[in-house]
Design a protein around this ligand. Sequence first.
Ligand code: MSK
Length: 660
Amino acid sequence: MQPRDKSGNKDANRILKWAEEHKIETAFERAARIKPCPIGAKGACCKACHVGPCRLMGKGDENDIVGVCGASLPTVVARNFVRMIAGGTAAHSDHARDMVLTLLAVAKGETKDFQITDVKKLYRVASILDINFEGRPVNDVALDVANRFLEDFQRQKGEINYIKRAPKKTQERWRKWGIVPRNVDREISESMHRTTMGVDHEPDNLLLHGLRTALADGWGGCMISTDVTDILFGTPSPIKAEASFGIFKEDEVNLVVHGHEPTLSEKIVDVASEPEMIEYAKSKGAKGINLGGMCCTANEVLMRHGIPTAGGFTNQELGLLTGLIDAITVDVQCIMPALADLSRKFHTKIITTSEKGKMKGAVHMQYDEHRAKEIARDIVKLACDNFKNRTTGGSHITEKYRMIGGFSHEYIEYMQGGRWRGSFRPLNDAIMAGRIRGVVGLAGCDNSRVQSTGIHKFIATELIKNDVLIVSTGCGSAACGTSGYLTPEMALENAGPGLREVCEAIGIPPILHLGACVDNSRILTIASAMAAEGGLSDEIGGMPAVGIAPEWMSEKAIAIGCYFAASGVPVIFGGESPVEASPEVTKILTEVWMERFKGAFHFEPDPEKILELALKYIDGAREALKLKKYEPGKFGTERVLMDMAARRDMERAAKPHVGF
Ligand code: MSK
């Protein structure tokens, strides 16, 4: 890839070149044309009231730089940052609420289109929530679980349910600093209140509530959403899929599911293979129906059904530019409104499905969980009807890449010892021995302001070369998948000697695709399990682990970064800092949070420096834990990792399992 390329992906660059030749504008040109506001970008613009907006600029002590009301630069910067956290938390958590309401409808027998698919997971969640499940009808247990989760959106005092899943020491830190969330909505609402004109003016106090809101996202909204989705649609396990623009077929109806909510897309997956639907497609001249995904809905259906992905956020317009998509259904979050305009240049139908997210120029087909299959069939038919309108226009790409997705935390536990002895012991041992240097969560969006997906690829390649195991989610996973990075062969060819050995023994890629952006909660669960296993840190803080979102763009990413920092994970985001205008706020996010929570939030635009800082944190944590110094190719002793055959033998020998 050349540095001047707009994307780190060669297929994306081919499509972009085609668009340029045909004078079609995309987010890549708009990003070059529309420069960010230099005041807003650094967090120094206050729009909290209509005396302003005030631009807080000037030289000298930052506390002397004030708006008309006297709000200082650090106050304004902190307020803007907290509002980003609140926006991101609201997005994840509103999604979570809808998932819980679907579970409630299933439990009450109000919808026949959804069932409890993973009863074992339901029982596991019930057990965490202290809900008795032994000998009870499944739907009764589901009803109690759904109602217990709804408390996390209603309780006025106390603590959200899942706080207790964190290591005790991590919980103690949160209690000491008063940041345990009460309920998700209350923390979001209080964030908006505190940051409105004339309320909280103390940056540290504001940011502490920001962390409380972010924890409501991570250990509330995101974790609830992940668990309910697993209960309803199944807990993912490794599955083969394909990625990139070559997934679209010239002779079949191409229907894309895009957005974040898996409910309707699950039903589209169900009905698209029905014989009547396939016959319908054939009656319109197509050979069949080909489903594909975009963004995080793609991750959801890929993890559970192996539906191929066309990629992440910046690929959405490019997918349309292939001219091969007959319809795209969108629900909520990360959907570019530019799609509607772009679709007019092709035959593609854009179908909005949520009352929360409509778009001028799109067809609206309102999703209703009570008749989900019927709506899904209508959508598939609309895509089929549109097949005949397809022209030969568009930039057709044939390349696609194999990939493996579906690494839930349950599967990661299983792969380290089988069904009867699954644990995180082998991973901890491999880290202690220096075979694995550390773990990085590589997550977040891709971004047309930088070389989109290119920074993800650079960091992924360098980390695995340095024996760092990567867990990835969201568009970070898509960036890796569309580059062919999510295969076990990737480890053989590119990983350092220790990581390669581990990947070969288990048969896994060095980058584990954990799911959508809400599934960052799986990383919290893994980190908690590693702390409980012993041998490393006894809390999440202090682990040789780092979070990186090198191309982030969404407020959701900020909420995620903050819940990781508050949980004890140093986080490094790419791009310019949205708190750059205030050294005081920058210090709170880095040094103060590190001291209090063992996590920090850095912004670093230089990919080389992101890498350097991540490895510095990992090696620093190893040293503090008195682990063997990391030296490539030189390992200490550790328990032998079991390969697949050994695991199968052990399971055959074991007695039937009772419970879970
Ligand atoms: S879709 S929030 S661009 S990861 Fe989850 Fe991707 Fe970022 Fe949206």
